[in-house]
Design a protein around this ligand. Structure first.
Ligand SMILES: *Cc1c(COP(=O)(O)O)cnc(C)c1O
Length: 949
């Protein structure tokens, strides 16, 4: 046996554990288990055709060699992406720390107070810099955030009678090109007409419901938008502003100019460019729009003792729960990157940010002045960080690239230069020398940065920001390191215990997969850098696309979507384009089984489809007869079916081939939601079951960490029919020859973290991937075998087997006064994060152990649930003073002078033996969600600040 095989590191159960596991399940071996679990007709005949597996050492050697093919030039390209300094203390303690990157979305607030606080800091930073009232805890990128702003303004337009029928949206020609492309994609299917033009000559007519402006403009000009916004307001036209976050330190905020929504990216707050992502986009708006706001909002509430506690606010309004009435499908966001950007603001504080913004401005001014002194003029009358020089672009480019410098060239007579935090005087002198050479002038040498300000009086910010303690306390490394650790300790992540979230696939995020993200050759490339500087990336991305083609059995892949839900949207838009290309554009009916994840109908609504929900049988399967009836009824207008496989109930439906054929026979295509791909890889694939397109959640099945709720990567894989329609990008062409416009800002989405999935597949190889799937099934069925004597297990396959996850029914415990939430909270006392609560069935837990958990951990989790089951038996509806209702128990409770509960302290906090040596203490008692929603506070300004009004 090769003991250095990565599969042995990734997969939990040891070979010596298997007999015991098989025996518990009641099978003789893996072959029998798979036979009883997996429908025969869809089984792949051969192993996946992939390169031989690499060891961790081989992979790291390979990836640094490939990284050497990326050339790190000085980047002044701008357009929403800038070199940024990741403070080393943040890089080491957050970015490279599994305590932060392996956490899940903070639904279980009591064991997530750390990242909730970090996200509250992020929201506060956004609120104060943008001058708005509320902000969310991140969106996917600036382009999609701008589209969300458009969708919000479209949604709220009906609050004003006059605008009921308005469908035009004005887009300033100063908008970033990739943002425009995403706006085009998102506007068309929902009936919005984009009008692109000059904001200074815009005629404010009644059929416009909204407008979006870029601040500063794409090549750096700073406009005062106050006049535009106030005229728009008088015509009931709402205004969104896409703003550069660093510029807001120096510039009058859009909020102060009257904007309704402010969006942008927080990349330059200490996040590497990573060839396009991941980076957190921000979204801020007015209080009155809070219920239409996309994404997740962190709010302040209290626990049962009245102590301050944070949690995700307005959860029941989460967009994808609105299903077909949704205006957004955002689920996974960019939490880890938002945490880092918020921490950058904490570290630098208002003074530090001011210093950085001044320095960036000074670089731009110094360069502009030096160039002008040798007769080379630039066009921006007011600017923050970007100047626009008129010169022979081709000549400049040749000399610049020889000197390892990238500018942006809007046309053959212009050069745009964006300065950043890393720019030095030496860099400025090199830029001047490049222009001098290109224009045949004598160069000059500058030795000091200019202190002049090239902004008009009205544009200069006078309001203060980030006055709160947290932004004025942690400026030494010791202080910040300890603050980060203090928050980390409040959160339960995969480095403490298993997180068995059904559908979310919380598997190992191996260190060898993560290390390359810190390599400068991978993380310092601008997404619009010339292709010859990104050969390492292009090779890696192409290989990953090929690997995913092999895994899914499909012909083409787009890595552009930044989450599973964005993948759904991209796939549906490709289907839409396919029908249009065949003159069947009227096909717009999307069939969705009632058991589908909420993002499915939300994405279909955004793609302009008419949603028909089909029935589920009492066994949890798709009701094939109902589906047949609906497919036939709508056969003239059928666009597609969205189906999750194995189903969200964790069952391999044996009728899947019949189902996909039925849709094809009625003129539709099949979209497979690939969130459960962990139960397919190497055993079957979407092509085999008859799907035409699927998305994959690389942050579930392919080892990208969840980061506390993002980043995500949601590539779509498609068959030959759909390859031509894969999405493109306006600056770096990607996708098919009839490509749809962009679904994300960056050409390859979050390219940096694609390295993780590439590493995962390369190190597991065909056999390892199949073995991972088999062990995911083994682990789930082992847990099922242990738990089913104590709990009803819902929906199993025909032989009574689960797939890779199972649903534990907790509804009958209501008679003892116990809700599923009580079990979720009690698990915290046992050192575990709850499984998925109430999805896809209310009142249940969905457990997915994944292949990465070993037998010992599976047993501890089962022991915990079985012990809780005994506690439930002792609970009664009349007496709520029991360990379940009081859970979680905090250290403060246990060490208090008095203890007056009818059970012991030991029973409260150490109910089983294993807990003692690895106790996890929830930092607050049970959080009151309703209180927080009634008193929505989503910044860390002192509470008194809100009590005045
Ligand atoms: C996670 C999930 C999604 C959404 O994926 P995101 O990456 O969070 O957008 C969609 N469908 C199912 C079944 C899922 O589990």
């Amino acid at each position: 046996m090769k003991t250095d095989a990565f599969a042995l590191r990734h997969i939990g159960p040891r070979e010596s554990d298997q007999q015991h596991m098989f025996k518990t399940i009641g099978v003789t071996d893996m072959t029998q288990l798979l036979y009883e679990t997996f429908p025969d007709g869809i089984r792949l005949k051969n192993d996946l055709q992939l390169d031989p597996a690499m060891t961790e050492y081989e992979y790291l050697t390979h990836i640094s060699q490939l990284g050497a093919k990326n050339k790190v030039f000085k980047s002044y390209i701008g357009l929403g992406y800038h070199p940024a300094i990741v403070p080393p203390v943040i890089q080491r303690n957050i970015f490279e720390n599994p305590g932060w990157y392996t956490a899940y979305t903070p639904y279980q607030a009591e064991i997530a107070q750390g990242r909730l606080e970090a996200l509250l800091n992020y929201q506060t930073t956004v609120i104060e810099l943008s001058g708005m009232e509320i902000a969310n805890a991140s969106l996917l990128d600036e382009g999609t955030a701008a589209a969300e702003a458009m969708a919000l303004l479209f949604d709220v337009r009906t609050r004003d009678q006059k605008k009921n029928n308005a469908n035009k949206f004005f887009v300033s020609e100063e908008i970033l090109p990739q943002t425009l492309s995403v706006l085009e994609t998102r506007s068309t299917p929902i009936g919005i007409e984009l009008v692109v033009g000059n904001h200074e000559t815009f005629d404010f007519s009644e059929d416009f419901f909204g407008a979006i402006l870029q601040y500063p403009g794409k090549y750096g000009q700073v406009y005062d938008y106050a006049g535009f916004i106030s005229t728009a307001k008088s015509k009931e036209i709402k205004v969104a502003v896409a703003a550069d976050i660093l510029s807001l330190v120096k510039l009058t905020s859009p909020g102060e100019m009257g904007a309704d929504v402010v969006v942008g990216t927080s990349q330059r707050f200490g996040i590497p460019m990573g060839y396009g992502g991941p980076h957190a986009a921000f979204f801020a708006t007015k209080e009155e729009y809070k219920r239409s706001m996309p994404g997740r909002i962190i709010g302040v509430s209290q626990d049962v003792n009245g102590n301050r506690a944070l949690r995700m606010a307005l959860q029941t309004r989460e967009q994808h729960i609105k299903r077909e009435k949704a205006t957004s499908n955002i689920c996974t966001a960019q939490v880890l990157l938002a945490v880092m950007a918020g921490m950058y603001a904490v570290y630098h504080g208002p003074k530090g940010l001011q210093y950085i913004a001044d320095k960036v401005h000074a670089s731009a001014v110094t360069t502009a002045k030096a160039l002008s002194s040798i007769g080379i003029n630039q066009a921006n009358t007011a600017f923050f960080d970007t100047i626009l020089v008129h010169a022979d672009a081709a000549k400049v480019r040749t000399i610049a690239e020889k000197n390892e410098v990238n500018f942006f060239y809007p046309d053959n007579k212009s050069v745009s230069i964006s300065f950043n935090e890393t720019t030095s005087i030496a860099d400025i002198n090199l830029i001047i020398a490049i222009f001098a050479e290109a224009t045949g002038k004598e160069s000059v040498n500058v030795s000091d940065a200019s202190t002049e300000v090239h902004l008009s009086e009205q544009s200069i910010r006078t309001s203060t920001f980030l006055q709160h303690d947290v932004f004025n306390s942690h400026h030494s490394e010791s202080q910040l390191m300890r603050y980060i650790k203090k928050l980390e300790r409040k959160d339960l992540s995969l480095n403490h215990s298993m997180i068995s979230l059904g559908s979310c696939t919380m598997k190992l995020n191996a260190a060898a997969e993560m290390l390359p993200l810190s390599m400068p050759n991978w993380n310092s490339i601008h997404p619009f850098a010339p292709a010859d500087q990104a050969q390492g990336y292009l090779t890696m991305l192409k290989k990953l696309e090929q690997q995913l083609n092999v895994v899914t059995g499909f012909a083409g892949t787009s890595l552009q979507p930044n989450s599973g839900a964005q993948g759904e949207y991209a796939g549906l838009m490709a289907i839409r384009a396919y029908h249009i290309s065949r003159n069947e554009g009227h096909r717009n009916v999307c069939l969705i089984p009632s058991s589908a994840h909420g993002t499915n109908p939300a994405s279909a609504a955004m793609a302009g489809m008419k949603i028909i929900v089909t029935k589920t049988t009492p066994e949890g399967n798709i009701d094939v007869e109902d589906l047949r009836a609906r497919a036939i009824e709508h056969k003239d207008d059928l666009s597609c079916l969205m189906v999750t496989y194995p189903s969200t109930h964790g069952v391999y439906e044996s009728s899947i081939i019949e189902i996909t054929k039925l849709i094809h026979d009625n003129g539709g295509l099949v979209y497979m939601d690939g969130a459960n791909m962990n139960a397919q890889v190497g055993l079957t694939n979407p092509a085999t079951i008859g799907a035409d397109v699927c998305h994959l959640n690389l942050h579930k099945t392919f080892a990208i960490p969840h980061g506390g709720g993002g980043p995500g990567v949601g590539p779509i894989c498609v068959n030959e029919k759909l390859v031509p329609f894969l999405p493109t990008n306006p600056i770096v062409a990607t996708g098919g020859d009839k490509a749809i416009t962009a679904v994300s800002a960056a050409p390859y989405g979050s390219a940096l973290v694609c390295l993780i999935s590439y590493g995962y597949i390369s190190m597991l190889g065909a056999e390892g991937l199949r073995s991972a799937t088999e062990h995911a099934i083994l682990n789930a069925n082992y847990m099922k075998a242990r738990l089913e004597e104590h709990f009803p297990i819902l929906y199993t396959g025909e032989c009574g087997r689960a797939a890779h996850e199972m649903i534990v029914d907790c509804r009958e415990f209501k008679q003892n006064g116990i809700e599923v939430t009580d079990i979720a909270k009690r698990l915290m006392d046992y050192g575990f994060h709850a499984p998925t609560v109430s999805f896809p069935v209310a009142g249940t837990l969905m457990i997915e152990p994944t292949e990465s958990e070993d037998l010992g951990e599976l047993d501890r989790f089962c022991d915990a649930l079985i012990s809780i089951r005994k506690e439930i038996a002792q609970a009664s509806a009349e007496d709520v003073n029991n360990p379940l209702k009081n859970a979680p128990h905090t250290l403060a409770m246990l060490t208090a002078e008095t203890w007056d509960l009818p059970y012991s302290r030991e029973k409260a906090a150490y109910p089983l033996d294993y807990i003692a040596e690895n106790k996890f203490w929830p930092s607050v008692r049970r959080v009151d969600d309703a209180f927080g929603d009634r008193n929505l506070i989503c910044s860390c300004a002192p509470i008194e600040a809100y009590m005045e009004h």
